[in-house]
Design a protein. Structure first.
Length: 327
């Protein structure tokens, strides 16, 4: 028997319970992994509350790192004893031990710790597809301005550093002066406290009235309208989350009136549908972390048994950088 976090119905953090589960042998295309650390992400909240509806009972968690204990038929890129990390569907990483599909599980380089691996896979691969694949029609080049909301969060701090390495001028928003200072310390060219400043006016001032080529927005409802107003003509509004709630319906004609802008709603799991794509993105992430250009900041650690407290802190926006669950 092993411990796992499960919910029987959508709701608040109190719905999460530690339950005993039996873990068997991996089938074809699967592996069994014993976790050393587990990542915490906002998508876990969306699934817990039912914003992203899934069948119940549901085991939560989308990323982790540990050691491979068993390998199913047909799995050739992993072997027993490998250090490994993943961001993967289906959910279920909030546990000590699990059987799961091998496709999105990657060998973790020896130079990267289990805690770092667990903290960076979902957030780091998200930053990778945003900055490398989710690009405006005119592309991004050295010196271009981009706007990144929640810049002091787990994805945001990685994106700040990676954008600087790519020569981009990232304008970050955050909800406190302390979080703005953190974004600046991690490579943001500018930081805006959206609680005390009008971020649209600041972006226009920073860019000389031109606006940015792309907005990366995981906040959703609260920042949507302002974000559209920050874009230059033919710019890209890249939505990848709903921390403040889902974006309400809008008239497509609005996009024309604001400069023929583009809108996309991205998810990591559209980008890691194949073993090859997952590995290529992970290799890019591992390289930039090992180079020292991107450092993974683990600012909060909670024992697995305190997962309810971890979710409360995340939802209250009391966290910065990455949060992990420990075993």
């Amino acid at each position: 028997m092993t411990l796992a976090v499960q919910i029987d119905q959508p709701g608040g953090p109190e719905q999460m319970k530690l339950v005993d589960v039996t873990v068997g042998e991996p089938g074809p295309g699967e592996i069994r992994i014993r976790h050393h650390a587990i990542g915490l992400n906002f998508i876990d909240v969306y699934q817990r509350t039912g914003l992203y509806p899934l069948a119940m009972p549901l085991k939560l968690g989308m990323e982790g790192a540990g050691v491979i204990e068993a390998v199913g038929e047909g799995v050739t890129h992993l072997k027993v004893g490998d250090r490994a990390a993943y961001a993967s569907q289906p959910p279920g990483s909030y546990c000590e031990l699990r059987v799961m599909p091998a496709k999105c599980v990657c060998v973790l380089p020896d130079a990267i710790s289990f805690e770092t691996g667990a903290a960076m896979m979902l957030k780091g691969l998200t930053a990778q597809y945003l900055l490398k694949k989710t690009l405006p029609v005119e592309g991004l080049k050295h010196g271009d301005f981009v706007l990144f909301h929640a810049a002091a969060g787990g994805v945001g701090l990685i994106a700040c550093q990676w954008a600087k390495a790519l020569g981009l001028q990232l304008i970050g928003t955050a909800g406190s002066d302390e979080k703005c200072a953190l974004a600046l310390a991690n490579g943001a060219a500018h930081a805006i406290n959206y609680r005390t400043e009008n971020f649209v006016e600041r972006v226009k001032a920073i860019t000389g009235g031109k606006g940015v080529k792309v907005v990366y927005d995981s906040v959703g409802k609260d920042t949507w309208d302002g974000s559209l107003d920050c874009l230059r003509p033919f710019g890209l509004m890249a939505s990848f989350g709903n921390a403040s709630g889902p974006v309400p319906p809008f008239a497509p004609a609005t996009l024309g009136a604001k400069g023929s802008i583009y809108v996309t709603r991205q998810t990591l799991f559209s980008h890691i549908t194949s073993r090859e794509a997952t590995q290529a993105m992970a290799d890019d992430l591992f390289a930039v972390v090992q180079s020292g250009q991107v450092k993974i900041h683990i600012e909060q650690r909670f024992p697995l048994a305190q997962v309810q407290d971890a979710h409360r802190a995340l939802e209250a926006r009391q966290t910065t950088g990455c949060t992990i669950l420990t075993l």
